[in-house]
Every structure is written in structure tokens, then in C-alpha cells.
Design a protein around this ligand. Structure first.
Ligand code: ZN
Ligand code: ZN
Ligand code: ZN
Length: 496
């Protein structure tokens, strides 16, 4: 396929340098450093010939023991999931309160709000006006209501009005904090802090998360007043396109923004160090080395071009494969041009090549990267269920109508995609010795890896990317989407 992106050719050398897999000793050094900063000594990441990287136990583990908690490097909540769960945009912890989570979901459910037809500005404006009209006059000065209202109103629009299962007043009093549910204080959630850039889209569990997000990527991708993007309008267009086509573009934009901001930070440090004695020629040289340094967390990730590695959907005929892949490539190019309008930086130009964009999206396509955080609603209703008899009856009377109004999906998890630098190094096995498993206390988006059986020091840690109980052929077909053929002991044994 001939390239459709001029930057691919313009920056061919730099792009090739960025996509060159780093030598094994540099990869090991990077993870050594990462593990030291996390004060994690339980594992090691080693390069092994046959499978690329692997994670190895650096101590003995008993069964069901915590091996690793892996922080998200880049992550996002799926667009459609934002209706169900209000979570911190950085650590993905549920925020607000049980009442707010419940009220918000009921409110949007009552309005028949859907994420499908977002972007119709006129309709969304109409929606927010409508919401305001339903607020009774005595609530006009209630700041908490206004804030909550903001939380609900953004990024949503109408589809159709459905029946209101609970009286509107009840839902409103949940939202403005007037109605307290019994025992909800047993499951306190951190209060929601809005984005310092005032985009009304990002909410956080703490100032710390807000600051981390701002510094790592959001300052360039915020559509609010203090956004550091080139154009907030262009940014909104990019976001709208991603929401209408594939929200994986938002995560790719985060990766580019993250690398650009890292580059700028590295550069300002470098400039301070060697202010006087550098010629401009040397600076040009070092710009690439700085960009390579800023790109390092991405460089160690396994990646291929998105349009080459994306699994062919079931409804696409094999004979249309070439056309399908070309279409995907063109879609990525359209998205990239919109992003470029919004956050282009000449010094980081290679990052805006289609090659790099495609490979970044490929990282999210190929690695095992589901982000899941359990909802506190499940815990809340189980708590009530577990109360001694008289209390249970009493609390149940109040809570039951809400449970019924919510229906089956009363406790939808926070769902998204994230890049976990260490978890993504753990190789697959159909008889794994570890598993990704959230314990009671794991309340944010971090990946938690637990041993499934005793593991000896030096042994490779493996997890299953798929349901390992499926038949051999099905497993192999699913793993082919990850780009490899499994040769684990179970597969060797079951191979026909
Ligand atoms: Zn947080
Ligand atoms: Zn913002
Ligand atoms: Zn296998």
C-alpha cells in the first residue's frame, strides 16, 4: 500500500528510528528502572529469544498470592460506559457517592439518553436546557446540584424519552444529596473533583489524580479554557469523530500527547543543563534522541500497524479483506489529520505520521488490555442483603424500588482500554500459573496479578489471554488475533 500521509516520507528516518525495536539490554534496563521506581522486587522482566519479553518470578509465591499491581500508563473509559459509571478519569475509581451513581444512572435512563447519536449539537443543547427546566425553582442556588448536573449533562444526547419508573423528584433528591440511602455511608466514595481546565468532561477522585492527568496528557487534550492545545475547536472535532467512529483514537491521542509532553519536559531539562555550549546542529541531533527517550514507554511495547493486525470482522468476506484494511487505514488517517489540527508540534512531527499512529493503535489492538473496575452498587445492595433481619427489612423497603428501577444492569462495571506496561509483558499460556484478578480491596483501574498455583523463583509467570477451557482449535483461532500460535504444554498435548 502506498502511503497516504506526507509525514511518513518527510520523516522517514525518524519514524524508522522510533519503530526500531530497542536492543534487549535496553529493554531490560527500562523495566529494571520501572520496577525499582515501583519498589517491586517480586518479578523481573527478561528478554527471551523465542517469545520476546517475559515476566519471571523473583521469589517463591504461594497459591493466591499477589504477584503484581500494575499501574495504567495510558487508559480510557469506553464512551458508552460513561452513562453507567462516573469514575476518576485518571485512576478509574468510582467517585461521588452511592446516591450520585444511582441518581445519575436513573436520571439518564429516564431521559432515554444514549451515546449513539452524539455530536448533534442542537439536540445536546436542547437536552441540557430540558434538564434545567426540570429543576424546581428552590434548587437554583444549590451548588451541589449544579455540579452534579454538569456531571450528567456532558457528552450525552437524546434518543427517545422512555417512561419514568421513579418519580422525577426522587431522582433529583438523590442527585442533590437531599435523599440519603440507608447505610450508604458504609461505602464512601471520594468526592468528584472537576477538571482544572474546566472542560466539564474530566472528573477526578483527588487533586493528585487531576494534576497527574493534566501533566501526563490532558493539558493538550482538554477542551476547557486553559487547554494547551492549538485549537479547542479542532480538538472538539477530533473527539467527536472518535466518538462517532472508534474511541480507540482517543487513547492513541493520549499516547501522542503523553509523548509530546514528555519530550518537552526532557528538552527543558536538557536546555537548562547545557544552555551555552551547543550549536544548533547538535540540537537537531539531540532532538531525535530526546524524542526517542520520550517515546521509550511506547517503544518497548509489542506493536504492529493497526490496519494490518486488526482481526477481520465476521461480517466481512475474505475477498473484501484488502478493501477493508484500506478503509481502516483511511479512517485512521482522517482521525490523525483532525488530531494534527489540534495538537501538532513541529519538533515532534514524526509522532504525527500515519505509521506511528497506526502502530500506537496496534498496541491497544494486540495487547491484552481490558480495563475493568467493579461497581460499588453491587456491594451496596449485598451489604443491605447481609444485614440482620429487622434492619434488612427496613433498609430493603427503601432500597428495593431503586434496584427495580435500575433493572438487570444495576451494577455495570467501569469498562475501558488501558495500556499496562508490566502486565503486557506477561506471556500467555493455556495452563497459566497466574491470573488477572481483582480482590475486594482493588478499587481502581490498576491491573492485579495473582498466582493461580505455587510459583518458584525463576519460573516464568503466565496468564491466559482467553478462556483456557475452550477447545484447542477455538483457542488457537482466538490467539491468532493476538498474532501468535500457542505452543504451551496444554496445546502441545492436545495438538491433533
Ligand atoms: Zn483518581
Ligand atoms: Zn479538561
Ligand atoms: Zn496453549
Amino acid at each position: 500500500m502506498k502511503s497516504i500521509c506526507p509525514i511518513d516520507e518527510l520523516c522517514a528516518t525518524q519514524v524508522a528510528a522510533l519503530l526500531q525495536p530497542p536492543p534487549p539490554h535496553l529493554v531490560e534496563e527500562y523495566f529494571e528502572h520501572l520496577l525499582t521506581t515501583k519498589k517491586c522486587h517480586a518479578i523481573k522482566v527478561k528478554q527471551n529469544g523465542e517469545f520476546g519479553k517475559g515476566v519471571y518470578a523473583n521469589m517463591d509465591f504461594r497459591e493466591e498470592e499477589l504477584i503484581l499491581k500494575d499501574e495504567i500508563l495510558l487508559g480510557h473509559q469506553h464512551h458508552s460506559n460513561k452513562l453507567d459509571c462516573l469514575v476518576c478519569s485518571y485512576c478509574f475509581r468510582f467517585i461521588g457517592s452511592i446516591e450520585l451513581q444511582l441518581g445519575r444512572k436513573l436520571y439518564l435512563q429516564n431521559l432515554g439518553v444514549s451515546m449513539d447519536n452524539e455530536g448533534d449539537v442542537a439536540t445536546s443543547a436542547h437536552t441540557s436546557e430540558d434538564c434545567c427546566n426540570t429543576v424546581s425553582s428552590d434548587e437554583e442556588n444549590d451548588i451541589s446540584y449544579v455540579n452534579n448536573h454538569e456531571i450528567m449533562g456532558d457528552c450525552v444526547s437524546f434518543s427517545s424519552k422512555t417512561e419514568v419508573p421513579l418519580p422525577q423528584g426522587v431522582v433529583e433528591s438523590l442527585l442533590n444529596g437531599e435523599l440519603k440511602l440507608p447505610y450508604s455511608n458504609k461505602l464512601p466514595l471520594p468526592s468528584a473533583i472537576s477538571c482544572p481546565g474546566e472542560c466539564g468532561e474530566g472528573y477526578y477522585c483527588s487533586k493528585l489524580c487531576a494534576d497527574f492527568d493534566w501533566e501526563s496528557s490532558h493539558s493538550l487534550l482538554c477542551t476547557g479554557k486553559t487547554s494547551e492545545s492549538l485549537s479547542r475547536e479542532a480538538l472538539s472535532k477530533f473527539i467527536q469523530h472518535a466518538n462517532e467512529t472508534n474511541d480507540i483514537f482517543l487513547l492513541a491521542a493520549k499516547a501522542i500527547s503523553f509523548t509530546t509532553l514528555r519530550y518537552r519536559k526532557l528538552k527543558s531539562t536538557r536546555l537548562k543543563e547545557q544552555e551555552k555550549h551547543t550549536t544548533s546542529d547538535e540540537l537537531d541531533q539531540s532532538n531525535l534522541s530526546l524524542l526517542l527517550e520520550a517515546w521509550k514507554p511506547m517503544s518497548v511495547a509489542y506493536k504492529r500497524r493497526w490496519w494490518d493486525c486488526i482481526a477481520l470482522p465476521d461480517d466481512i468476506d475474505c475477498s473484501d479483506e484488502v478493501a477493508f484494511r484500506m478503509q481502516i487505514k483511511e479512517l485512521a488517517f482522517t482521525s490523525l489529520q483532525l488530531l494534527k489540527e489540534a495538537i501538532f508540534d513541529k519538533e515532534c512531527e514524526p509522532l504525527f505520521s500515519l505509521e506511528i499512529y497506526g502502530h500506537i493503535i496496534g498496541i491497544f489492538e494486540l495487547n491484552n488490555l481490558d480495563l475493568v473496575v467493579e461497581s460499588p452498587m453491587e456491594d451496596y445492595f449485598s451489604y443491605i442483603d447481609g444485614l440482620p433481619h429487622p434492619e434488612k427489612i427496613q433498609a430493603g423497603k427503601i432500597a428495593r424500588p431503586f434496584l427495580e428501577a435500575l433493572g438487570d444492569d444495576y451494577s455495570v462495571c467501569c469498562q475501558g482500554t488501558a495500556f499496562y506496561p508490566l502486565q503486557s509483558c506477561i506471556n500467555h499460556s493455556c495452563c497459566p500459573n497466574a491470573k488477572a484478578f481483582k480482590r475486594e480491596e482493588d478499587r481502581d483501574g490498576q491491573a492485579t496479578i495473582i498466582s493461580a498455583r505455587p510459583i518458584c523463583k525463576g519460573e516464568e509467570v503466565t496468564i491466559s489471554y482467553i478462556d483456557e477451557n475452550l477447545p484447542f482449535e477455538v483457542r488457537q483461532a482466538l490467539l491468532a488475533d493476538y498474532g501468535f500460535e500457542c505452543r504451551c504444554s496444554k496445546c502441545l498435548e492436545e495438538e491433533p
